[in-house]
Design a protein around this ligand. Structure first.
Ligand code: ADP
Ligand code: MG
Ligand code: MG
Length: 246
């Protein structure tokens, strides 16, 4: 079975349907870009795959490696190997980065991780991602700049070693140098885990020059209106999303 399969997925939040019957498959080792204008439902999709209880599946299902995970709670999905890098990572007051990562890594592995192990694993990736060592002791995302938050999400991706990673606008708010560092980080994670499947949510093409997608999907008003290769992203750059609106 594919790594991820959405079958006629309908999703609502607060009594309003946002996603109207999505079909999508992501295989192991594949990169799928999900593009679409603001408000089209990209983050809703990212969140519902992760099991965010703010969103209700009102039709269809989500399969992960063939298993129906539609009703699984978030922590069970995370343990199984699904990872979401948030569009707007939130601050966690009083919890230092190192402690947060230790808990997340232990949850993913199903056994405790020592502080030393976590520090050791972190050090290498923090260097690669250009994150200052002092960050390990700072409360998660508290006072972090936009770019620092995004790098920190990629650090989590690297350390948690998921099988499916959803990156929700990990490119937004980054200057060109930070974008390159983040993209290189994601590529380094892929090099270590060639089976990692990625759903890369973006509305800019730039990151797709650095992380080349196998498939590009276009989401407009809660519907997938097109799928294709990289040429589709180039076309969106020229024509915008307007031609896809009904
Ligand atoms: P995108 O990520 O493509 O910009 P979103 O998924 O954030 O789109 O939003 C899609 C639509 O769903 C928007 O109209 C937004 O206001 C609405 N929406 C998203 N999340 C919620 C929520 N938790 N409750 C109510 N409406 C929501
Ligand atoms: Mg948005
Ligand atoms: Mg969004």
């Amino acid at each position: 079975p594919p790594l991820l399969a959405l079958e006629g997925l309908c999703v609502a939040a607060e009594d309003r349907e946002i996603l109207h019957g999505l079909d999508l498959e992501v295989g192991s080792g594949e990169v799928h870009a999900l593009m679409g204008p603001n408000g089209s439902g990209k983050s809703t999709l990212a969140n519902v795959i992760m099991g965010n209880p703010a969103y209700r599946v009102t039709g269809g299902r989500i399969r992960f490696k063939g298993e129906d995970v539609t009703d699984w709670p978030t922590d069970v999905r995370a343990k199984a190997g699904i990872f979401l890098a948030f569009q707007h990572p939130e601050a966690v007051a009083g919890v230092p980065v190192v402690q947060f990562l230790r808990q997340a890594m232990a949850a993913r592995a199903g056994e405790d991780r020592s502080v030393l192990e976590v520090r050791f694993a972190m050090r290498d990736w923090m260097t690669r991602l250009g994150i200052d060592e002092a960050f390990a002791q700072r409360p998660l995302n508290e006072g972090f700049s936009g770019g620092e938050r995004k790098r920190n999400e990629v650090l989590q991706l690297a350390l948690l070693r998921p099988e499916l990673a959803i990156l929700d606008e990990t490119d937004s708010g980054l200057d060109i140098d930070a974008l390159r560092i983040v993209a290189e980080g994601v590529e380094a994670v892929r090099a270590e885990n060639p089976d990692l499947g990625i759903l890369l949510v973006t509305h800019y093409r730039k990151i797709l020059d650095l992380i080349r997608p196998d498939v590009v999907h276009v989401l407009v008003d809660g519907r997938l209106v097109a799928s294709g290769g990289e040429e589709l992203a180039r076309r969106l750059d020229v024509e915008g999303y307007e031609p896809w609106r009904s």
